[in-house]
Design a protein around this ligand. Structure first.
Ligand code: NAD
Length: 303
């Protein structure tokens, strides 16, 4: 089967064009949108993410500021910091960078971020609105994965959807997003670590979302011919040459690495009608959805 790649960069570009106009509209009316990212302590992975967010926001005309708090910050101090941001009218949205020091429970902080400034869509109030199908914002990666699916033009009504992975930031919100319409929804099934026979579900699925973090988890033989596959996983694996031997970086003497998803992409693409690559699939949409949530929060605050 000749597969069609679901190009996340192209879909993100189109959505960003619309968002940019909305952001300019706010500016024309004297309101500059501003995101504050809060990071407690130092973390290399989080820094990469912060830099990506900053670049994407600034390209879109959004202000982005990183507030770095020392690693000794207590939960009480962080809550006070968040409260000040909630009360600051110049702040449109708040991002809580992970990981937090182990003494701080992220859920205790997320619940205190004003729902109207919750650009990551993780506050329980916003999760509740998602259950009602009345959400203003939703978790960015879940939204991004669903946007990518929708870009395929597939009609969802009546389709069998399998979601592999049931985390709060990806799998569960995708499930809820799949159930938004009372009459036009597909039929979603969620598989997870305790599912006895995931292939028995995926083999019947018209659409498969996978968000687990295990390279090669979804194999071609687990998929129905013509299925649409949205791969959300991000994994770093050693790069192999044509003979299957690890490629060694001459400078460092260490194995070269590459990024892959959870799907055995090369074989799966022979079976699928559409498949999202990693990188270049859901990734570009995650940060785009952060910007979309910011615009939605700004509108909400205006009301
Ligand atoms: P998580 O660790 O919170 O959840 C993993 C899920 O996988 C759990 O629900 C677990 O039950 C399930 N699982 C584990 N082993 C399984 C198995 N053998 N069969 C079926 N289900 C299994 O992970 P997460 O935060 O949801 O992230 C999942 C993946 O998505 C990771 O690779 C992560 O890097 C990636 N991710 C990508 C983006 C993006 O922007 N593209 C954003 C967030 C997460």
């Amino acid at each position: 089967m000749s597969e069609v790649l679901l190009d996340g960069e192209a879909v993100a570009k189109k959505i960003k064009e619309g968002l940019k106009k909305e952001i300019e509209g706010f500016k024309t009316n004297g309101k500059e949108l501003k995101l504050i990212a809060v990071q407690v302590g130092e973390n290399a992975a989080s820094r990469v993410y912060v830099n990506q967010q900053k670049k994407a926001c600034e390209e879109m005309g959004l202000k982005y500021e990183l507030k770095e708090l020392p690693s000794v910050t207590t939960e009480k101090e962080l809550l006070e910091f968040i409260e000040n941001l909630n009360n600051d009218n110049s702040v449109t949205g708040i991002i809580l960078q992970m990981p937090l020091p182990k003494e701080i429970n992220p859920k205790n902080i997320q619940v205190k971020i004003s729902p109207k400034k919750d650009v990551e869509g993780l506050n329980p109030y916003n999760m509740g609105l998602l259950v009602y199908g009345k959400q203003v914002v939703a978790p960015c990666t879940a939204m991004g994965a669903v946007e990518l699916l929708k870009s395929s033009g597939v009609e969802l009504k009546g389709k069998e959807v399998v979601i592999i992975g049931h985390s709060e930031i990806v799998g569960k919100p995708i499930l809820l997003l799949m159930l938004q319409s009372l009459t036009e929804s597909p039929t979603p099934t969620v598989c997870h670590i305790a599912t006895k026979d995931t292939p028995s579900h995926t083999k019947k699925a018209d659409i498969v979302f996978v968000a687990v973090g295990k390279p090669g988890l979804v194999k071609a033989e687990m998929l129905k011919t013509g299925a649409i596959v949205i791969d959300i996983g991000i994994n770093r694996v050693p790069l192999l040459d044509a003979a299957g031997i690890q490629v060694i970086d001459e400078k460092s003497g260490r194995p070269k690495m590459k990024t892959v998803g959870d799907v055995d992409f090369e074989k799966a693409k022979e079976v699928c009608s559409m498949i999202s690559p990693v990188p270049g699939g859901v990734g570009p949409l995650t940060v785009t959805m952060l910007i979309k949530n910011t615009v939605e929060c700004a509108k909400w605050q205006g009301n």
